[in-house]
Design a protein around this ligand. Structure first.
Ligand code: PLP
Length: 284
């Protein structure tokens, strides 16, 4: 695979970053994952807008312009002959002198940037056909989950807990209410109404969430943006999760309790179909 690191396209085995890079030492970094379908980027505009917001909230400066970023994405798709999968992009605050809790001056220290592609079947897979099982776990992440940082130790811990319990994903719960999934936004459907937590600093503002809610509104589906509990989710007609590479993914079991019929529900299926049909129209 050819990857991009700080200005160079290199074979992945030759790519190197400094041990003093703050992304490595302190998770002082933000990231994005954009899916690729038919060799094109889905909702690149949305991902770039969120990236700029993440950077600005942390007073970080991108080492490349957003036009250059699109060009790098395209180069990597071409060099790796990528048809279906995604691109991971990470921007760090760069490598300061030694290890310092204080941020270096962006005029003096340039940010670090890394991109790599991954090939993956995202349009069809077993978890879409059968739905996935999830567990709930206390949300012990920091309070600015709206910023997409690389502090992913707790989500990774949560995913391990899910695996141990024979499930696939974990849903975070705070003060009795579901915030979001370990790496996705979550929804339930009850009596034809789609319910999902409203945006705030408590959750990541999913790019897929925005698209799915727009498609739901266009299809005259009813949406309520409010928090819900695990008990309410277990008693729902269906449940699903959204993310850039997962689109809308059916959830059929929560903490050992079957949701609805135990099969993927019609609402998540329909939204998934619309998403796959509509998104390529604006792909870059
Ligand atoms: N919530 C969290 C915590 C995430 O990590 C992600 C994606 O990685 C999402 C939600 C979904 O966001 P998006 O639809 O932009 O991929």
């Amino acid at each position: 695979r050819t990857v991009y690191v700080n200005g160079d396209y290199l074979p992945e085995t030759e790519a190197k970053v400094s041990i003093f890079d703050r992304g490595f030492l302190m998770a002082d970094a933000v990231y994005e994952v954009t899916s690729v379908l038919g060799g094109k980027l889905l909702d690149f505009q949305g991902h770039v807008a969120r990236l700029q917001r993440s950077l600005s909230e942390l007073q970080m400066v991108s080492p490349v312009t957003m036009d250059e970023l699109l060009e790098i994405h395209h180069q990597l798709i071409e060099k790796n002959d990528l048809d279906e999968g995604g691109i991971y992009l990470q921007i760090t605050r760069g490598a300061g002198a030694d290890r310092d809790f204080l941020w270096p001056d962006p005029e003096e220290v340039q940010g670090g940037i890394v991109l790599f592609t991954f090939a993956k079947k995202i349009t069809a897979n077993k978890s879409i056909d059968e739905g996935i099982k999830v567990i709930s776990i206390e949300d012990l992440r920091w309070g600015r989950r709206d910023i997409k940082t690389t502090q992913l130790l707790y989500p990774s811990f949560a995913k391990m807990q899910a695996k141990k319990a024979g499930a696939t994903d974990a849903w975070f719960v705070e003060d009795g209410y579901v915030t979001e999934g370990y790496a996705n936004n979550v929804y339930i459907v009850k009596d034809g109404v789609i319910i999902t937590r409203q945006l705030s600093n408590d959750i990541l503002h999913g790019i897929t969430r925005a698209a799915i809610l727009k498609f739901a509104a266009e299809a005259q589906m009813k949406v309520e943006e409010r928090p819900f509990t695990i008990e309410e989710a277990q008693a729902a007609d269906e449940a699903f999760a959204t993310s850039a590479t997962g689109f809308s993914q059916p959830v059929v079991e929560i903490d050992g309790v079957t949701v609805g019929t135990g099969k993927p529900g019609p609402v998540s299926k329909r939204l998934r179909e619309i998403y796959i049909e509509e998104m390529p129209k604006t792909a870059l």
